[in-house]
Ligand binder design. Sequence first.
Ligand SMILES: *[C@@H]1O[C@H](CO)[C@@H](O)[C@H](O)[C@H]1NC(C)=O
Ligand SMILES: *[C@@H]1O[C@H](CO)[C@@H](O)[C@H](O)[C@H]1NC(C)=O
Ligand SMILES: *[C@@H]1O[C@H](CO)[C@@H](O)[C@H](O)[C@H]1NC(C)=O
Ligand SMILES: *[C@@H]1O[C@H](CO)[C@@H](O)[C@H](O)[C@H]1NC(C)=O
Ligand SMILES: *[C@@H]1O[C@H](CO)[C@@H](O)[C@H](O)[C@H]1NC(C)=O
Ligand SMILES: *[C@@H]1O[C@H](CO)[C@@H](O)[C@H](O)[C@H]1NC(C)=O
Ligand SMILES: *[C@@H]1O[C@H](CO)[C@@H](O)[C@H](O)[C@H]1NC(C)=O
Ligand SMILES: *[C@@H]1O[C@H](CO)[C@@H](O)[C@H](O)[C@H]1NC(C)=O
Ligand SMILES: *[C@@H]1O[C@H](CO)[C@@H](O)[C@H](O)[C@H]1NC(C)=O
Ligand SMILES: *[C@@H]1O[C@H](CO)[C@@H](O)[C@H](O)[C@H]1NC(C)=O
Length: 604
Amino acid sequence: MKFLLLLLASLLVASQPIESASFESTYSSSLEYAAFTYAPNPSPTYANSNQKANTTAYYAPHYTELSHLVGDISSTTWGTYNPNDTATATDSENPYGDYAYSQLWSLASLQNYTYFGLYSTTVEPTAVPTESLVLPPPDLFKFDDSLKFPEDLHFGVAGSAAQIEGAITYGKGPTIQDKLIPDARPKDYVTNENYFLYKQDIVRLAAMGVKTYSFSIPWARILPFTLPGTPVNQEALDHYDDLINTCLENGITPMATLTHFDSPYAFVEGTNFTAKSALFKNGGYSSSYKNVSFEDAFVHYGKIILTHYADRVPLWVGFNEPLLYSNDPASIKTVVKSTARLHKFYHEEIQGKGKFGIKFNFSLGVPRNTSNAEDVAAADRYNAFYVQSFGNPLFLGEDYPQAWKDTFANYSNFLFTEDELKEVKGGSDFVGVDPYTYGSIVAPKEGVEACQNDPDHELWPFCANVTQVREDNWKIGYRSQSYVYITPNQIRENLNYLWKTFKTPVGVTEIGFPEWREREKELGDQLYDMARSIYYRSYFEAILKAIHEDGVKVDIVTMWSFADNWEFGDYEQQFGLQVVNRTTQERYYKKSFFDTIQYYEERS
Ligand SMILES: *[C@@H]1O[C@H](CO)[C@@H](O)[C@H](O)[C@H]1NC(C)=O
Ligand SMILES: *[C@@H]1O[C@H](CO)[C@@H](O)[C@H](O)[C@H]1NC(C)=O
Ligand SMILES: *[C@@H]1O[C@H](CO)[C@@H](O)[C@H](O)[C@H]1NC(C)=O
Ligand SMILES: *[C@@H]1O[C@H](CO)[C@@H](O)[C@H](O)[C@H]1NC(C)=O
Ligand SMILES: *[C@@H]1O[C@H](CO)[C@@H](O)[C@H](O)[C@H]1NC(C)=O
Ligand SMILES: *[C@@H]1O[C@H](CO)[C@@H](O)[C@H](O)[C@H]1NC(C)=O
Ligand SMILES: *[C@@H]1O[C@H](CO)[C@@H](O)[C@H](O)[C@H]1NC(C)=O
Ligand SMILES: *[C@@H]1O[C@H](CO)[C@@H](O)[C@H](O)[C@H]1NC(C)=O
Ligand SMILES: *[C@@H]1O[C@H](CO)[C@@H](O)[C@H](O)[C@H]1NC(C)=O
Ligand SMILES: *[C@@H]1O[C@H](CO)[C@@H](O)[C@H](O)[C@H]1NC(C)=O
């Protein structure tokens, strides 16, 4: 409780108006009436762009010294699949030729696939014009500037392949994302065309002074045919190699994720995406394809990526937010085992000197009434289901939480043996968390116990009612386009919960805020995104207090997202630090981008 009081006290202090406005100083306090004069225009100040890097740090040996660890891999390059051209491929004898490649797509049967966007090849970047780097007017509220970010904390921005790349049939096999949205909402076919515009996007980040860029690599682009023994896409390997080098040349540390909601379609074929299942949707984690388990196939893909890029990339995530696509307890076991296997490969076989871990979508559940034992039990259970299911084995080498085992007593094939627990313990170097907001938890009316024993209960299997109302009947915070409420105190509480539960450094791998109906605003108003700045700055302050006042070890802070993007069938909900014009693909920096980088620079 003590840190909450401290935080509250400092927020009161923090809410004094900032003095930097030149307004006050232009008035004389003399009783004589001086002639009125306008405050002069401030002279422009500019973002501190990164300098070109002259040296590269290495975190592992080069691929040529590691290639033996993945055995023989053949490589090839495919063209772009166009449904109108399928009849032209003549190599139907070749199991991995152009014909077979086009078959992957025709079996996935995309609907209304007619559009390739503006670009079909990599665009060379142009320098960012100085006039777009002018700092915006200062914030209206002052934030504590006494606390500093630790020197070894990686601070930056994030994105993910399916949400920005487009070019989905450009040598890439189909993924769950290309099929996911079974209605007329926008598909991921074009999005930000980052597959062709990545150099420009990276140069724009460097111009803003961004130091860490987190991106994801699609498994299906590297291995369109998914499985071990199938050829790798050489053009795609070269693409991500160049993406990484472009980051490094521009003074940006690359951070890479192996799968960000983009399981290859082979593992989810036949999935009814609209069907309700016990735990969200199915990412195929518990499936097999041609008798190869997801786990073995994923580990093979991960080894290819790590051997190629671990020399230059120090920060790695295996799975992004795996709970969303784990529709049965066996999926969770797959995630834990695959993460631990790749972690071991990275540190023991490659001798990687960076970090390899996992990241969760986890907004802490806080009991609405902390004096009510049932609300507390429901919140404990909610948090246990969200993160201890993965985290107990992975960080502590301990069994699943009891509530989890009891709830899924009827499922087989997901329990760990003692040996397996030893094997997976310590299999992630950080607890990555995407703590966008929090939930005010109320116990089910019938009680937690009754819900647990009734799979037909509306709240099963979590058996916690997640609300956005506090005990005093106020909403939990300022609300935006969707589920994100500005709740810095509970973000601090979340970091404490993870650190104290798992005794492992925490990575804040995504935080972000969609402004209310931002996309409907005119461009100038989209760029003046004050609520997003307040969200970030209040969260940064909460993170700094967790670090300095509560002793939580935080390694990473990356903001979601570096640009507005395809939020899974949705362009209306914008989380970006830049606006993207959907017709021209032009990017524009929002005020929050300047404000957040400036906040970091002032405190590092
Ligand atoms: C790289 O070298 C150039 C030329 O010597 C220098 O101006 C620049 O500051 C160096 N960059 C960094 C990041 O040290
Ligand atoms: C395929 O052909 C149709 C009819 O000519 C055209 O409308 C569509 O854009 C083409 N699709 C692609 C991907 O080129
Ligand atoms: C295909 O386009 C039609 C016409 O715009 C639309 O009604 C339909 O929902 C679309 N189908 C899918 C799966 O997007
Ligand atoms: C998929 O699930 C939905 C919802 O349960 C159901 O209405 C639909 O019929 C199912 N589709 C198929 C092909 O099974
Ligand atoms: C999968 O394994 C089973 C049992 O070993 C075997 O009968 C079957 O033919 C295999 N299927 C494929 C596609 O390899
Ligand atoms: C993440 O969790 C929040 C809160 O539980 C939920 O509303 C949101 O849909 C989740 N996002 C994803 C991508 O799973
Ligand atoms: C909170 O729970 C306690 C214990 O059950 C109860 O006495 C109290 O009335 C509750 N507070 C509210 C506001 O409901
Ligand atoms: C588990 O299976 C038993 C026996 O089939 C059944 O009575 C019980 O309702 C099931 N429980 C759950 C939580 O599914
Ligand atoms: C969850 O709580 C809300 C607000 O208190 C209530 O309206 C709703 O009925 C509850 N839902 C369930 C399933 O208990
Ligand atoms: C995007 O660019 C087009 C063409 O310049 C312009 O007409 C449109 O207004 C722009 N959209 C936004 C949201 O700025």
